[in-house]
Ligand binder design. Structure first.
Ligand code: HSE
Length: 441
């Protein structure tokens, strides 16, 4: 049997302590499967005295994760600290400088510095593994980076944030308010420390930027993503979507187009029979459309200590299985120095169907004028309906507010925005229009 793989672990929060337990409980199986033991040689965390539900007594304690990362006492450095910069970035750079393999669950770090770190790893012939950084326990990185090497990907999209999916699911199933759902998600430990990161779409964007780079062989471009969060979604939208045969999901979508790569994060209407529409609660799902294999959909837990530790363990085990002299594949699927510059497709050129909800005073001619404004922009409508407010038989005066709900056929974002601008100018609207993009499943 080969020498043990000596692991240095920085960060002993929910994921770090779950990882220590998994390595302990699965010691025999991991040793047999990797051909050598994985030994927790060193640990580093913010507070040494904190009581943790895992045994770190045999590991050497380091107060400074950067010192541990470069130490001769470890072969592989696992970064579970978090954050795009600060000690996480400094320790990962120190480990790669020192020629150590690195495993990280840090999506923000990868989204901001992934190309630089991948180049460092490739220059030194070590592995940079980050399966847990995107969709927790789902093996999406390995699938795209390795299994799909022979495919060209056209589109990768999915539910990449458990907190948002949990909120939208409960709003749909139980009619519970957005705020109550968010409070429960925080209580259950799904949400980020600052939950606006989840609900405003930034967490999804970080994950999407990493997936887009692997999918299209382009540099990671986390700052070039069109982002809308879920805070504007109301129970009325969810109800209207249901009646029309759709569900609302926060999707991250990366798609190759003639003018470049579209990266967008926004609430999306998906047909109820689409695979991603079936994903409820905190579960994540990623769909990949590729030329040879067709569509793949992977779903599973996208957050939580155990699920994330499962992905980190797999990454460490891959390193334990590799042998000196073995040539490692590039971290982002394409060698970092050959990644093409990112070319952003303009959001206004986005083509798709749209759901539009307009709150209008119910006066003669409003319906017709809305339809005319759409026709002026060459927008073909799949349906246009106006719902009565209140109960059947109830008296309604002329000024009752009634929503007009439109579903368009495929059109451009620019055409929809112009039509909405003109409709607003006509003075019939009593609230901001709601516009939700439709995505084919
Ligand atoms: N806050 C994230 C989520 C955790 O809700 O999915 C995993 O990144």
């Amino acid at each position: 049997m080969d020498k043990p793989l000596r692991l240095g672990l920085a960060g002993l929060g929910t994921v770090g302590s779950a990882l220590v337990r998994v390595l302990d409980e699965k010691r025999t199986e991991l040793t047999a499967r990797c051909g050598r033991p994985i030994e927790l040689a060193a640990v580093s965390a913010r507070d040494r005295s904190r009581n943790r539900d895992c045994d770190i007594s045999a590991a050497r304690w380091f107060d400074d994760p950067v010192e541990m990362a470069a130490s001769d006492e470890i072969d592989v450095f696992a970064e579970l600290i978090g954050g795009a910069d600060g000690p996480a970035a400094a320790s990962v750079r120190a480990a790669l400088e020192a020629g150590k393999h690195v495993v990280t669950a840090n999506k923000a770090l990868l989204a901001e510095h992934g190309v630089e770190l991948a180049a460092m790893a490739e220059d030194r012939g070590v592995l940079l593994n980050f399966e847990a950084a995107v969709a927790g326990g789902i093996p999406i990185i390995k699938t795209m980076r390795e299994t799909l090497t022979g495919n060209d990907v056209h589109r990768v999209f999915g539910i990449l944030n458990g907190t948002c999916n949990y909120i939208l699911t409960r709003m749909e199933h139980e009619g519970i308010s957005f705020a109550d759902c968010l409070a429960d998600a925080q209580h259950l430990g799904y949400a980020e420390a600052d939950p606006s990161f989840d609900i405003d779409g930034h967490d999804t964007a970080h994950k999407l930027a990493i997936l887009a780079s692997i999918a299209f062989g382009t540099q990671i471009a986390a700052d070039e993503i069109y982002i809308e969060g879920i805070a504007s979604i109301t129970n009325a939208d969810i109800e209207a979507a249901r009646e029309l045969g759709y569900r609302i999901k926060l999707l991250g979508v990366a798609q190759a187009t003639d003018s470049g790569v579209e990266q967008r994060v926004h609430p999306t209407m998906v047909p109820v029979d689409a695979p991603v529409a079936q994903i409820s609660g905190v579960t994540n799902a990623v769909a990949i459309d590729a030329d040879i294999v067709g569509q793949l959909v992977l779903s599973g837990p996208g957050a939580g200590g155990e699920a994330t530790a499962s992905a980190v363990t797999g990454d460490i085990a891959d390193i334990a299985k590799s042998r000196p002299g073995h040539q490692h594949g590039p971290a982002l699927g394409t060698p970092a120095k050959q990644l093409a510059p990112y070319r952003r497709a303009r959001m206004r050129a986005h083509e798709g169907g749209y759901f539009i909800r307009l709150s209008v005073n119910d006066r003669a001619g409003v319906f017709a004028s809305v339809a005319t404004r759409m026709a002026e922009q060459d927008i073909s409508l799949e349906s246009i309906v106006q719902r009565r407010a209140g109960k059947p038989g109830e008296e309604q005066d002329d000024d009752t507010i009634k929503p007009i709900i439109l579903i368009t056929h495929e059109t451009t974002e620019l055409a929809v925005r112009k039509a909405l601008e003109n409709i607003s100018g006509d003075g019939h609207l009593v609230a901001e229009p709601q516009m939700i993009r439709i995505e084919k499943g």
